[in-house]
Design a protein around this ligand. Structure first.
Ligand code: BGP
Length: 487
């Protein structure tokens, strides 16, 4: 093991959370419902059937809304960050975080999305959160949209499929820049913008039965998000030229099942369509050549406004952020079908890798590969804004969680980050997912835990919500104190 310390002096160590999975208080202070408040997990479904659940229909939304106020869907109840943010941020500071990534909930600031002025009570809340972060000498990294679109926009406009949503989002982001623009150095426009392909409703608010051509609406929605990201990047530069706007994808790093050229070509296509399309547009500033053929083959015709081309070209991302949990395997063989779950999409089994209890294939070396392929392609600073292990932590008889498996996962990934730094990759920082236990985005389960801090709450929303430091908390504290030398 290489002992020289290669982590830059100002490397941004930290952790991440999202509003929709932590805040709770989903109707408090005039907040509106967000798409995430009605996407849920049906415990009757086998985990392998989750994919089916990602195609949301109007009927599913209505059923979920009818249950508002019960604890059946704990995601909207979060872990009460709305009231416990001081304690939670102090715990991050105790670990030595340099940066804290969180999201602002759009439907809290603009409850239906269509208001002309923001909800002041919501902005006041995020003001207090920022004050707390600053008090502890941490830097905030703010995600503007992390699956928290106002549900009202789904009902009225079929989400991002309608161009008018671009202006509403602009008004929302502008209200954040007006109030917090001088205090936030790092922003992310859309969390995992490529999620729109796999979890369309959550990511874009597009509902299957509201669409005449579902795939067309999925891609038109993503196009509108690209344009919106460019517009708010322009606005941020006017307000604070020193602030940085990042784009973000969930990197679905994909390997070919065999060295058969057909499989290798399939790997290329998967990487292009599921990963690079998004970063090519947002970092290079134009639609890549390969999407022409994909759109023609799939009868997708993107509608462009006159201003779009110049916007995409002139207001590209300042840095490329991504989440990395797993790698995938693909094959061109028609009989090969996905055999295991993963982050947002499923994959063929990789015989060389172990999997988490949720079937996510753990691949630390894939992170070095991912960092290199990204940097090689774009040569812009990178930021790992999510990486972590979802596990069913069980406190021992003393109430302690000794999560050596999580330490092992993070340690092995950070070793590969170190390798990538030696390779010469420019990496701004690393925010582990997640600083504290929260409700799973994909399954709405509380029992799929990622945090350094244990939260006493079960899948039905029962528990004291008490926070307890896990073994990984002390390990990560040490990692940060040694600036990555002691992994
Ligand atoms: C990413 C999301 C996060 C987070 C993470 C883990 O896709 O940005 O919000 O939840 O995945 O996923 P899950 O909660 O489904 O295990």
């Amino acid at each position: 093991m290489q002992k020289t310390n290669v982590f830059p002096k100002d490397f941004l160590w930290g952790g991440a959370i999202a509003a929709c999975q932590t805040e709770g208080a989903y109707l408090e202070d005039n907040s509106g419902l967000a798409v995430s408040d009605v996407s849920f997990f049906d415990p009757k479904l086998d985990r392998q059937d989750l994919a089916k659940h990602r195609r949301i229909t109007s009927e599913i939304i209505e059923t979920a809304m009818a249950d508002t106020g019960t604890a059946r869907y704990p995601k909207r109840h979060g872990v009460d960050f709305y009231h416990r943010y001081k304690e939670d941020i102090a715990l991050c500071a105790e670990m030595g975080f340099k940066v804290f990534r969180f999201s602002i909930k759009w439907s809290r600031v603009f409850p239906t999305g269509e208001e002309l002025t923001p909800n002041q009570a919501a902005l006041d809340f995020y003001d207090r959160v920022l004050t707390e972060i600053e008090k502890h000498h941490m830097i905030p990294l703010v995600t503007i949209s992390h699956f928290e679109m106002p549900l009202a926009l789904v009902n009225r406009y079929n989400g991002w499929a309608d161009r008018r949503v671009v202006d509403m989002f602009y008004r929302y982001a502008d209200s954040l820049f007006a109030r917090f623009g001088q205090r936030v150095p790092y922003w992310i426009s859309f969390n995992e913008i490529n999620a729109g392909r796999f979890s369309t409703f959550k990511s874009t608010g597009v509902v299957e039965d509201k669409s005449a051509n579902y795939l067309q609406d999925c891609y038109q929605a993503v196009h509108h998000q690209f344009v919106a990201a460019a517009k708010i990047t322009k606005r941020l530069r006017e307000i604070n030229p020193n602030a940085k706007m990042g784009c973000m994808i969930a990197r679905f790093t994909t390997y070919a099942a065999t060295s058969n050229p057909d499989d290798v070509l399939q790997m290329m296509l998967d990487e292009q369509h599921d990963n690079f399309f998004y970063t090519d547009v947002m970092v290079r500033g134009a639609y890549p050549h390969y999407m022409k053929r994909f759109f023609a083959d799939n009868n997708v015709k993107i509608v462009w406004a006159a201003e779009d081309e110049a916007l995409l070209k002139n207001y590209t991302a300042d840095y490329l952020a991504f989440s990395y949990y797993v790698s995938n395997v693909t094959s061109a063989a028609p009989e090969a079908s996905a055999t295991t779950e993963g982050n947002l999409r499923s994959s063929l089994k990789n015989p060389y890798l172990e999997s988490s209890a949720w079937g996510w294939q753990i691949d630390p070396k894939g992170l070095r590969y991912t960092l290199n392929t990204f940097y090689d392609r774009y040569q812009v600073p990178l930021f790992i804004v999510e990486n972590g292990l979802g596990a069913e932590d069980v406190p021992d008889e003393k109430g302690q969680v000794v999560d050596t498996y999580r330490i092992d996962y993070l340690q092995k990934h950070l070793e590969q980050v170190r390798e990538a730094l030696i390779d010469g990759v420019d990496l701004l920082g690393y925010t582990a997912w997640s600083s504290i236990d929260l409700v799973s985005s994909g399954t709405s389960e509380m029992s799929k835990r990622y945090g350094f801090v244990y939260v006493d709450q079960d899948d039905e929303g029962h528990g004291s919500l008490m926070r307890t430091r896990k073994a990984s908390f002390y390990w990560y504290q040490q990692v940060i104190a040694s600036n990555g030398e002691d992994l």
